[in-house]
Ligand binder design. Structure first.
Ligand SMILES: NC(=O)c1ccc[n+]([C@@H]2O[C@H](COP(=O)([O-])OP(=O)(O)OC[C@H]3O[C@@H](n4cnc5c(N)ncnc54)[C@H](O)[C@@H]3O)[C@@H](O)[C@H]2O)c1
Length: 317
């Protein structure tokens, strides 16, 4: 544990990922408090909060709520994962049964991240770790299919241009930009993690049981919706804790995060089949290394993936 950041506040800490962040930080000796609008017992995936845990109920977009939470928890580190996890302006589909007002994604994610950063500035919080998404690069909701995600090179790293179309991806991109600006202006150390689709122990991740189509898809360009990668929730918690423990040279860093195996087996053959335009670029991808590379995370933070959905599944079958 880094003594400077002993008290950590996790926004969205009662949610699915929050539960695993809580465990990781607690086990490493941090004093952990949770901030959320819903308690763990009220969540779609409810869990029991250990006795004595400080839970602060509040709205992410309310500066007073956020300042109260930071003050009560005495946090010098905020792990910010609270968010609306889809685009509320697009038609609700599988997994999104609740119809929220169309502007909710932008209002909560953009205003919420601004409020977190502004409360941190006012109260002297030293570090913010943020759950961004691989959707921030523009492979999420494709609204104009005539302008697909433009793969400039493979594997995609943190320097690759972004081509957003949907509000969820855009809200994460704007979150990253705000983190960078606040680190520049106020010296708050900020670390953004572009997470892949998150997998949880004992649950087969979406996409793993679908067969590869026999014929290439009928659009040109790059991937839409998936890169065949995933981030195990325990690997994420571990990586975010590494980011809390270590002070990096730059005040702002952004990392792709993924676990080490893909949904689809070796990446290059899958790319050649699905996205023939990218066949030559994919040649450089070894084995199950993904379309998006976690190399920077491994190099700068010493991250190694420890979990795999295949191993989990084998253990339960
Ligand atoms: N689940 C994935 O596949 C995935 C992929 C990439 C990135 N992410 C990001 O990871 C983070 C965690 O996702 P999760 O799967 O745990 O989602 P989740 O919905 O379980 O957790 C989000 C939490 O934020 C809280 N929240 C939402 N709006 C709030 C508000 N206005 N005020 C206070 N709390 C509010 C919710 O109550 C919830 O507990 C999110 O930022 C998400 O965008 C998730």
């Amino acid at each position: 544990m880094n003594d400077k950041y002993q008290n950590v506040l996790i926004t969205g800490g009662a949610g699915r990922l929050g539960r695993y962040l809580y465990t990781e930080f607690k086990e490493q000796g941090y004093q952990v408090s949770l901030f959320d609008q819903k308690a763990p017992s009220e969540q779609p995936f409810p869990w029991e909060m250990p006795r004595g845990t400080m839970f602060i109920r509040g709205d992410l977009t309310n500066l007073g709520d956020m300042m109260r939470a930071i003050t009560l928890s005495r946090a010098t580190l905020v792990v910010h994962v609270a968010a609306i996890t889809h685009s509320t302006d697009m038609q609700p589909g599988r997994g999104f049964p609740q119809m929220l007002p169309e502007d909710t994604t932008m209002r909560v994610n953009v205003m919420g991240t601004y409020v977190v950063l502004d409360a941190c500035r006012r109260l002297g919080v030293k570090k913010v770790v943020f759950a961004s998404s691989y959707y921030a690069i523009g492979v999420g909701g494709m609204i104009n299919r005539a302008k697909p995600f433009e793969v400039k090179y493979l594997p995609i790293d943190e320097e690759h241009p972004l081509f957003n179309q949907d509000t969820y991806g855009l809200s994460k991109q704007l979150g990253e930009i705000m983190l960078e600006a606040y680190s520049r202006a106020y010296g708050i150390k900020c670390v953004a993690f572009r997470l892949m689709g998150v997998s949880y122990p004992g649950i087969r991740p979406i996409g793993t049981d679908e067969k590869l189509p026999e014929a290439p898809r009928d659009w040109k360009g790059g991937p839409i919706g998936t890169t065949f990668q995933y981030s195990d929730c325990r690997d994420i918690a571990y990586a975010m804790r590494l980011a809390a423990d270590q002070d990096l040279d730059n005040d702002y860093e952004c990392f792709f995060h993924s676990s080490d195996t893909t949904f689809r087996g070796p990446t290059a053959p899958a790319i050649k089949l699905l996205y023939p335009d990218l066949a030559l670029l994919a040649d450089g991808i070894e084995g199950e290394d993904g379309l998006c590379s976690s190399k920077k995370l491994k190099t700068l933070l010493g991250y190694e993936s420890k979990f795999s959905w295949k191993k989990d599944l084998a253990a339960t079958e």
